[in-house]
Design a protein around this ligand. Sequence first.
Ligand code: ADP
Ligand code: MG
Length: 243
Amino acid sequence: MSQTPLLRVENLQKSYGEEEVLTDVSFDIEQRDVEVIIGPSGSGKSTLLRCVNRLTEFQGGDIRLDGQSVLEMNENDLRRRVGMVFQDINLFAHLTARENITLGPKRVLGMSGEEATGTADRYLAQVGLADQADSYPAELSGGQKQRVGIARALAMEPDILLFDEPTSALDPELVGEVLEVMRDLAEEGMTMLVVTHEMGFARRAATSLMFLDEGSIVERGPPERLFESPERDRTAEFLQRLT
Ligand code: ADP
Ligand code: MG
């Protein structure tokens, strides 16, 4: 029985001007999959995520969400269904944690203020910040801000969440709390595409690990397989440097 994957990236090709950044990238993500993407700086990891929710346009191939090409989807609908958590935690400074979260559900999902507040409080509790709902970003630690960012993405009830190096701007002692929230999400069955070099997270939470280099998938498979018996020298060398 063949089933439509939740996300299908098909012969994706992307250039910035003359520079080809992604070359013939293809992979499927099923519901509840947690794909961790690793690769050197400049290999195209962020660009790949940005193509998925069309923050940037691509020149070749296609990306399908539940069978439908993202090129045919309304942008608001696409951005609602594909949530994104960035390295830079871009919360509005003049809004509380709760207000940062209610914005999207009110504007995009058409929720009433009351309903959006209930949603925000539920997701704040999920990321362990029920007691910080009225705090402003300046009153929160980097780890707490990033957890608000995750709650904000979850409040849109996305089909899939993309994470672009969510912990790499954090002080080392704050990384763990964010990874823990992400691990819980993975266990609850959230479908996730995660660019991270936190290999502890990859080992514990990823269903698949993808090594991207110079815009192509060098190797992809279950994390333990890549860690223990990588097929390509480049994969082995890169993983060695990480761990
Ligand atoms: P990674 O996230 O793996 O570090 P990126 O996807 O950010 O890699 O970048 C891949 C390549 O695309 C790099 O060579 C980078 O310089 C180039 N690039 C990224 N964004 C832009 C942009 N907006 N304009 C032009 N080139 C870009
Ligand atoms: Mg990047």
